[in-house]
Write a protein that binds this ligand. Sequence first.
Ligand SMILES: NC(=O)c1ccc[n+]([C@@H]2O[C@H](COP(=O)([O-])OP(=O)(O)OC[C@H]3O[C@@H](n4cnc5c(N)ncnc54)[C@H](O)[C@@H]3O)[C@@H](O)[C@H]2O)c1
Length: 344
Amino acid sequence: MNQSSMKSIKIGIVGLGRLGKRYAENLKFNIRNAKLVAACSLQKEELEYAQNELGITHLFSDYGEMLKLPGLDAIFIVSSTDMHARQITEALKAGLHVFSEKPLAIRTTDCLEVEKVAGQYPNQLAVVGFVRRFDPSYRYAKDKVDAGAIGVPYLVRSQTVDKDTVADWQIQYVGKSGGIFHDFNVHDIDLARWFLNSDVSEVWSIGGAYKYPAFGDAGDADNVMSTCRFKNGTMAVINASRTAMHGHDTYTEVVGTLGTLRIGRPAAKNRVEIYDINGVRKECVETFWDRFEEAFLLMARDFIDCINNNRKPELEISDATQATIVAEAFTKSFKERSLIKINS
Ligand SMILES: NC(=O)c1ccc[n+]([C@@H]2O[C@H](COP(=O)([O-])OP(=O)(O)OC[C@H]3O[C@@H](n4cnc5c(N)ncnc54)[C@H](O)[C@@H]3O)[C@@H](O)[C@H]2O)c1
């Protein structure tokens, strides 16, 4: 189908917080054939933003009410993690396609419940977005690996490292996000599965609240490290940090029998080198958005394109379940100080 003959997909969005606003702006201004018609948030000021900045007139504080709006085709879920599973299920039952931000859920049991419901609606899309798969450099690396450019891949080293902007709300947010393994490392888990073409069978996770003891008091950590064995015998080493001083330093390395690919390293802001009293350096990317802005746009476009062309997305709901299974195992290993075997 050519672009002009495609249907305009009418969308409702839930969650207009730090990331939801970015999605809403992409859907409103940057994606052909997407029509953002409704928004839902618990925050009055976020709904005012949707009305004043985006011109949306169908505004809701009750998600169930938004789902009843006549004419909707799809829902974008960018609410807090603890809401995703329930909101996906409700949207599917309302007859809508659903895109949700990661992770699918904090608990595996909730993921399996969503999978069950999604199975009952095979003609509706249920997609959980792992944005790094849509980053052009990651995509390029995946194609190279699949073409055998580095031989047989046997090790993935991957990290999600945030610039230290720790504030009280982040510590309070642990309960809603599931903690650092669910919030940060689900991305790395998904990438490791993608590059190594296998599922995780065994994990060992360690870490601590080295800089901000309040994370420890909340049952979480500010820096963690995990080792994984995969069913096909390959390995991954995955770490996360909330405390980097230099910027958002997220990268992945894939090691194979004939070579290595490094994606996103160094996390340079641009191609400028600074020569000054501190020596020679490149400045670092500041935030996840600075690093993955293009990928977020490509990911949302792909979802709209899948609906319009009746195409299945590469990411299946079971990929999201696997990421949660492993994040849950990381958390258990970290808390119980033991090696965890995964039997799924
Ligand atoms: N892919 C990435 O790199 C990335 C980066 C940041 C955040 N995220 C994900 O995006 C999601 C949102 O993160 P955020 O930082 O924007 O959170 P946030 O706290 O800033 O925003 C959450 C929004 O959800 C709304 N909300 C929560 N419960 C609701 C309910 N029951 N009904 C209606 N609205 C509800 C809130 O009103 C708010 O608008 C999280 O799940 C997070 O994991 C992903």
